[in-house]
Design a protein around this ligand. Structure first.
Ligand SMILES: Cc1cc2nc3c(=O)[nH]c(=O)nc-3n(C[C@H](O)[C@H](O)[C@H](O)COP(=O)(O)OP(=O)(O)OC[C@H]3O[C@@H](n4cnc5c(N)ncnc54)[C@H](O)[C@@H]3O)c2cc1C
Length: 398
């Protein structure tokens, strides 16, 4: 599948939205949601269209360290959990846009998500899975110039000493609570700079308020570009230390349009169709929680968008009981003509036969339908363009 960019996405079409579900963040939560939206079950509910917008590496923070899930017997060494999640994504691909989401707003019944380059994408549903930090390309330097404060917080002095002593001009990245460690840090290393992720205050000596934009490396050092209130500041450093404790206490600013709690993490929103999964919803910060919440958000968004799009409840046994079982006289539920959404009928593709739509249910082979429907491929193309149906490409079918 060609890599989408903001130039090629949103796809053109006359549907009033660009994509059924948009996922923000590609860590364990976002990847779990994405997979659940592409792979629901072998019982063939119709897959919806979905796009992932992710500013960091696929896998998010789980790319950096081990992922011990419930305990030592259910643990993945660094990167392995991500490799498994990516394997499913390779089989059930979805477009991925590498960008930062700057705002999410609900306009009437649709969500409008704005990306850093100004592109907007409209969708029926949005899943927020943007973790505790906009990671950008930090992972490329992990353990190669970028490290973190690990260990018992009672020993934070010793931990900082270990991380900062050998460095000439370290940059310590954290949330606003990092200021509590300012004196201790400067005592250990007077050449240190604190980067407080946020734009609310003026920068001063040894302390910059801003958002890490990008890291580059020359032979000896790293050059860090930081977005501040007054524009981009460029800084050279030989070591970046992430202070996770301060980030856990207060999350840096989220995309605009969303409601945050006092600790900066997302609180349940009033908007129907908006789901929150993983670290961005607050503690406990854990990969297994993120996977669980991502799965739940994926299925919830599926149900919401299915009902919105087709006007009928999603058949999702064995995740949700199906109360239509037995109420129907036929043994096997088929999509009905009357399930066609009204707006879709208004924009029905020329040349496409409405009787074909309910038969494209994932159970009936195209080869069989070909016998009774002329120009079936042209009709399918037209329906795809209208996003009435969604193609779920599979490796074994290509
Ligand atoms: C070193 C280390 C070891 C860990 N060990 C464990 C462990 O053993 N067991 C465990 O359960 N957990 C562990 N964790 C925690 C676990 O990795 C996280 O809880 C988990 O990754 C959270 O998943 P997430 O999808 O919610 O967010 P993340 O993994 O943080 O992913 C969020 C993604 O969203 C992107 N993003 C952020 N803002 C935006 C935006 N505005 N627009 C677009 N994209 C955005 C980020 O760049 C990132 O790619 C560890 C973490 C670290 C750092």
């Amino acid at each position: 599948m060609a890599k989408p960019t903001t130039n090629t996405f949103p796809w053109s079409g006359s549907q009033p939205w660009d994509v059924d579900v948009l996922v923000v963040g590609g860590g364990p939560a976002g990847l779990a949601a994405l997979t659940r939206l592409r792979w629901l079950k072998t019982m063939n509910p119709i897959p919806l269209s979905v796009v992932l917008v992710n500013s960091g590496p696929l896998g998010g923070l789980a790319k950096l360290g081990n992922s011990i899930l419930t305990g030592p017997s259910l643990a993945f060494p660094a990167g392995e959990l991500v490799a498994r999640l990516k394997k499913d994504l390779a089989t059930y691909p979805a477009p991925i846009i590498t960008q930062t989401v700057v705002s999410v707003a609900k306009k009437e019944s649709l969500f409008i998500t704005t990306l850093a380059d100004g592109t907007t994408i409209s969708s029926i549903s949005v899943i927020m899975a943007c973790g505790m930090l906009d990671l950008r390309n930090i992972h490329s330097f992990w353990q190669k110039g970028v490290t973190a404060t690990f260990g018992n917080r009672a020993n934070i002095g010793a931990i900082l000493k270990k991380e900062l002593s050998a460095s000439k001009k370290p940059l310590i990245l954290g949330g606003v609570h990092l200021l509590q460690l300012r004196e201790m840090i400067l005592e250990i290393n007077p050449g240190a700079t604190l980067l407080i992720d946020g734009k609310t205050q003026q920068s001063n000596e040894n302390t910059i308020w801003g958002t890490l934009d990008h890291i580059d490396r020359n032979a000896k050092e790293m050059r860090v570009n930081i977005q501040t209130e007054k524009g981009v500041v460029s800084l050279e450093t030989d070591r970046i230390v992430i202070e996770f404790n301060s980030l856990e206490l207060k999350r840096p600013a989220l995309p605009q349009g969303l409601v945050a709690r006092a600790n900066g993490y997302l609180q349940e929103q009033n908007h129907q169709g908006l789901y929150i999964a993983g670290d961005c919803g607050g503690p406990p910060f854990s990969a297994v929680v993120a996977l669980g919440e991502g799965t739940k958000a994926g299925l919830s968004a599926y149900r919401y968008a299915h009902e919105f799009k087709y006007g009928s409840p999603a058949p999702l046994f064995a995740y949700y009981g199906d109360d239509s079982v037995g109420a129907d006289t036929t043994d096997d539920y088929q999509l009905q003509d009357e399930d066609i959404p009204v707006h879709l009928l208004d924009h029905w593709p020329p040349g496409a036969d409405p009787a074909l739509w309910p038969q494209l249910d994932g159970r009936t082979a195209i080869g069989k339908l070909k016998k009774t429907h002329k120009n079936i491929y042209a009709q399918i193309t037209a329906l795809l363009e209208q996003r009435a149906i969604t193609l779920c490409p599979r490796r074994d079918h290509t």
